[in-house]
Design a binder for this molecule. Structure first.
Ligand code: 1CP
Length: 358
């Protein structure tokens, strides 16, 4: 046990850590991407009084929101309440969370050469101290109930937001840069990769017990463009984070590269421990292509609109398909804001019930 570990309460539920190592589990562990979010009335109430990024920047509030789903459901992991866009903010960019619209950058980068706006020598220990403090407080507040997941956005997905200025239907502004000025794009992606590595390392030092990298916009790229502008940076992150932390302090790492069907084999050979699948991915193919990895996923988030009975049937089928070992149950993307919280409960309980009887 490292010195940092001994400062925290003893872990009582290590199912998810066992699953990442391929060890036997008494039941399949389950958590849900975006479990600390807008489908929870408690969160919406808290947001009436607090701006989104103020919640992120106030450790007591971020901790409280992280704990909301943990107190309510029988979950096997917590994920720290934050956002992938805290990295562009730390680099000096302004990000606003607009109601009904999501994140908006008032002054996006014009192209990948426009890095004069960025504080490329950022010290994440200072600029993102609030996330690290939230992690330490939440790890203590969890009192060992389940492990705490830290996360970061992947370089390509962050670059997409920084150049598009928000979400996009086509991602044509940022993709144009990839085609017309690949070298400047690689430069920007390298800058983002270094910051991701530093930030993830510091999250572990602050108390994160698992790390997830979100490449939510990976699927916007063709296979050959993914191999140039995503894969090398994703691989670098896993390898470097583990190298810096060393064997005693390293934690399991999850990669969620949404839509990257063509990349499963390469991700299966990377240094990530867990490959997260979106709902369009074929479970048997993923098992075949990533034989040594734990898989995570992948119920369609829209399945939670169905009846509780139907959710139960679909979860049973999903667990049968994945099998009970080397598996972490989750949705194939974040839970949607208008899902009935009781249906979240039906999902979580169905995973536990069916995996115990298999
Ligand atoms: O109005 C509000 O209160 C804001 C809603 C909200 C919430 C609850 C946003 C805005 N972010 C979050 C929290 C958040 N974001 C978490 C918290 C922990 C948890 O999972 O419970 C996490 C992990 C994220 C990560 C995140 N932010 C991603 C990657 C995951 C994914 O869904 O693909 C992305 C793409 C973002 C950007 C973002 N932040 C918020 C929104 C609405 C979006 C997406 C906008 C878009 O579709 O382009």
């Amino acid at each position: 046990m490292s010195e940092e570990e001994s400062l925290f309460p003893e872990l009582k539920n290590d199912l998810i850590l066992k699953a990442t190592r391929g060890e036997n589990v008494s039941r399949v562990p389950v958590w849900v991407m975006r479990q600390a979010g807008r489908y929870l009335p408690e969160f919406r109430n808290l947001r009436v009084e607090n701006e989104f990024f103020d919640v992120c920047r106030t450790p007591s509030l971020a901790c409280e929101v992280t704990m909301m789903p943990i107190r309510k459901y029988d979950l096997d992991a917590a994920i720290i309440f934050s956002d992938i866009l805290v990295i562009p903010q730390a680099l000096g960019m302004q990000v606003e969370m607009q109601k009904g619209k999501g994140p908006v950058f008032p002054k996006p980068l014009l192209d990948a050469t426009d890095i004069k706006l960025l504080n490329v020598d950022v010290d994440v220990k200072i600029e993102l101290k609030y996330v690290l403090d939230a992690i330490t407080l939440t790890r203590k507040t969890l009192d060992g109930k389940c492990p705490l997941i830290g996360f970061a956005g992947a370089p390509w997905t962050l670059m997409a937001y920084m150049i598009e200025g928000g979400g996009s239907k086509t991602y044509s502004k940022v993709k144009k840069c990839l085609y017309v000025d690949p070298d400047s794009c690689k430069n920007l992606l390298n800058i983002l990769t270094r910051v991701c590595i530093d930030f993830l390392v510091e999250q572990v030092k602050a108390g994160a017990q698992i790390l997830q990298v979100f490449d939510s916009h990976a699927g916007e790229l063709s296979a050959d463009m993914f191999n140039i502008f995503c894969l090398p940076y994703l691989k670098d992150i896993a390898t470097s984070v583990k190298k810096v932390l060393g064997p005693n302090q390293s934690v399991p790492m999850i990669i969620f590269a949404k839509g990257s069907h063509y990349a499963l084999k390469d991700l299966g050979e990377s240094n990530y421990d867990v490959i997260a699948l979106d709902w369009t991915m074929n479970i048997e193919d993923a098992r075949r292509l990533c034989p040594h990895k734990t898989l995570m996923g992948n119920l369609d988030p829209c399945a939670l609109y169905s009846s509780k009975e139907d959710i139960d049937t679909r979860v049973k089928k999903m667990v049968q398909m994945f099998g009970t070992s080397k598996y972490i149950a989750n949705l194939g993307h974040g839970i949607y804001p208008d899902v009935d919280p009781d249906h979240m409960e039906a999902f979580v309980n169905a995973v536990h019930r069916h995996s115990q009887s298999l």
